[in-house]
Design a protein. Sequence first.
Length: 275
Amino acid sequence: MRNIYLVKFGGNALDGKDGMRQLAQEVSELTAEGYSIVLVHGGGPEISAEMERLGMTPKKVAGVRVTDEAGLEVAEKVLRRINSDLVECLIDAGVKAVGIPGYFCTECVKKAPSKVVVDGKEVTIDLGLVGEVSAVDKQTIFDLLDEKVIPVVYPIGAMAVDDKVQHLNVNADTMAAGIAAGVKCKEMIAITDVPGILRDVHDPLSKIDRVTFKDIDDLLADGTISGGMVPKVEACRKAVNAGAEAVRMVNGRDPESIVKDVIKGSNKGTLIVKE
Ligand SMILES: Nc1ncnc2c1ncn2[C@@H]1O[C@H](COP(=O)(O)OP(=O)(O)O)[C@@H](O)[C@H]1O
Ligand SMILES: [Mg+2]
């Protein structure tokens, strides 16, 4: 197994360009020490802001964005911009990095209308042009890493429809977990804007240090886990099931050097384990 560390961060996780620069600096130090890192990022708040600017109404169900053609276009545009900013920061920090869309290294399928738990209640929803990862071209990732190039993935997937290609919006945690499973990553770290899974979403001190799959089921059922935390815990479970040795959520706004510390074994955030 290659020792790949999949680092996913959300749109709120980093404090603007400074946060990106700090992440780039840490990635630079880690790659110099021989760590293989794959980055996957989201862009939720920026996508919503751009949609609103254009007079569109962002809608999410259980943390996943309902996406039509126009929404997909906005998501793709915003994600590309974030991606290129991040790649620029990495290159400035001396890292060889290349920005790629998810469809460069995955195949996706449209998410079937599914039952999700919203506020503890089960509802069936069709999210529109939203995908999930069905296959990973791991060789593409390995080839980049072998060349000491860091893949920086933005979560737009694609599927074939007749003889055309349909792009799909993919939740960034879902994309990260798909790739994590496909390349059999050693660890997955989801950097977000909360300290981890909280018993009370308004109380940062109510963080749970370690959760089992059973705990997650209970927290979903009683509505403790909601919104963006729903796809995030499912992504974490997928990475654990795929054999990752450690899967963790941490707060990107924590002033200490998060990625570096976490990869080197700090016990921050919430650790997700099977049992
Ligand atoms: N039990 C919970 N613990 C922590 N966060 C939660 C919980 N339930 C819902 N959330 C929400 O999930 C959000 C993180 O998901 P999301 O907004 O999608 O961020 P990201 O961009 O990192 O994916 C938190 O900011 C919080 O509002
Ligand atoms: Mg999210």
